[in-house]
Design a protein around this ligand. Structure first.
Ligand SMILES: [Ca+2]
Ligand SMILES: [Ca+2]
Length: 376
């Protein structure tokens, strides 16, 4: 989101100023202090109307980084989720107004661990049986269809279109995805996209991005295959008992466990099938998606450099210390008006002095106190 600006220039400037970069320099939208509770990510809003299915997630966040909402009025957590004060991801349903009210009260707490991550907020029109995995950015649609055969479910999945993406019978390629399906779709005997009908004992995903990819070779004593190296067979499965070439999950009462069965379920009535949607090349359509890059860190260190005169004119004092953050497009000075810090997101080192970035909108923000400073 942020422009990469004059990185080499600033690196050279920092070297001249006696600074070293403790962390990899990278542009971030949001700088968070470590071991600090309840920091605001700023205002994130969803832009579509109606009743929405929303996913909020911190992806690859440092340990101990969590979020909560100050208010969740009118929102219903999706099946398998609940609103707590230590979330790393959640999916919920609500109107645009209630969703945006909650997002305005979003607060992030950090632990001692530092590092970069992303904050994702995605909202799509809600529908019965629709699920959204925020970390994976995949939608899932459960369709009830008692007794449907695997091949019919496979064909029906390919006719479903959701948010501009064409569906396919779900391919479960990681423990995290299996856990998502297990926790979110609790109907029994659900068809998934695996089969070995082409070559006995060679299990492949049928359709979607993983179409034709082998994930398992052999019977119950067999093994997973790269690149996914993942399967979740029930104990003793697959066993090809009586020639079974199609995979289902939540089979025979064990949630999250897969069985190989015949095309009509080996005597267990299929209750339906799960369709997966992954982002099409141009991205989903009709979906509101925001991604912020963020970092927990104290920046690369303090320097003795005073704020430039034009910043002093805005209230910084000559004795204030400059801190250069992870994102070299900003620095921060102690804010002598609030006792916090002012992040100047729009300055550049021109080789001899700090100057305002002529290509950016001038502004400042007190990241620690979450209060705009009126001095600018
Ligand atoms: Ca088989
Ligand atoms: Ca079996």
């Amino acid at each position: 989101m942020r422009r990469a600006i004059s990185l080499v220039f600033l690196m050279a400037a920092l070297a001249l100023m006696g600074l070293s970069l403790a962390s990899p320099a990278q542009a971030v939208d949001l700088q968070l202090q470590p071991s600090t509770a309840n920091q605001s990510p700023g205002t994130i809003t969803v832009s579509i109307t109606g009743t929405l299915l929303v996913g909020v997630s911190l992806n690859n966040a440092p340990a101990g980084t969590t979020f909560q909402f100050g208010t969740t009025t009118g929102l219903t957590p999706a099946y398998g989720y609940s609103f707590t004060s230590t979330l790393t991801e959640i999916s919920f349903i609500g109107t645009q107004a209630d969703v945006n009210t909650a997002l305005a009260t979003m607060l992030i707490s950090t632990g001692a661990a530092q590092g970069a991550f992303t904050i994702n907020v995605t909202a799509a029109p809600n529908a019965a049986g629709l699920y959204y995995s925020a970390p994976g950015d995949h939608f899932y649609q459960y369709t009830a269809s008692t007794g449907i055969a695997w091949i019919a479910a496979k064909g029906a999945a390919l006719t479903q279109i959701r948010n501009g993406a064409t569906g396919y019978l779900v391919n479960i390629t990681s423990a995290a995805e299996n856990t998502f399906v297990k926790q979110n779709v609790n109907a029994p005997n659900i068809w998934i996209g695996g089969s070995d009908f082409a070559t006995e004992g060679t299990w492949k995903w049928a359709d979607g991005p993983e179409a034709g990819t082998t994930f398992w070779v052999g019977t119950a004593s067999g093994s997973t295959v790269a690149p996914y190296n993942y399967a979740s067979w029930a104990t003793g499965e697959p066993n090809n008992a009586g020639d079974e070439d199609y995979a289902g999950t939540n089979w025979r009462g064990t949630i999250g466990a897969w069985h190989d069965v015949n095309i009509i379920g080996s005597g267990q009535s299929p209750s339906g099938y799960l369709v997966e949607f992954s982002p099409p090349p141009g991205g989903y359509t009709g979906v509101s998606a925001t991604t912020l890059s963020a970092a927990v860190g104290t920046g690369s260190g303090d320097s003795a450099a005073p704020p430039p005169p034009w910043l002093q004119a805005y209230g910084r004092q000559q004795a204030d210390m400059c801190r250069v953050g992870w994102d070299l497009s900003w620095a921060e000075w102690a804010n002598n008006q609030t006792g916090g810090w002012v992040c100047e997101r729009t300055i550049l080192w021109d080789g001899t002095a700090w100057v305002q970035n002529p290509n950016a909108v001038w502004g400042s923000y007190d990241a620690r106190l979450n209060t705009p400073w009126s001095g600018d």
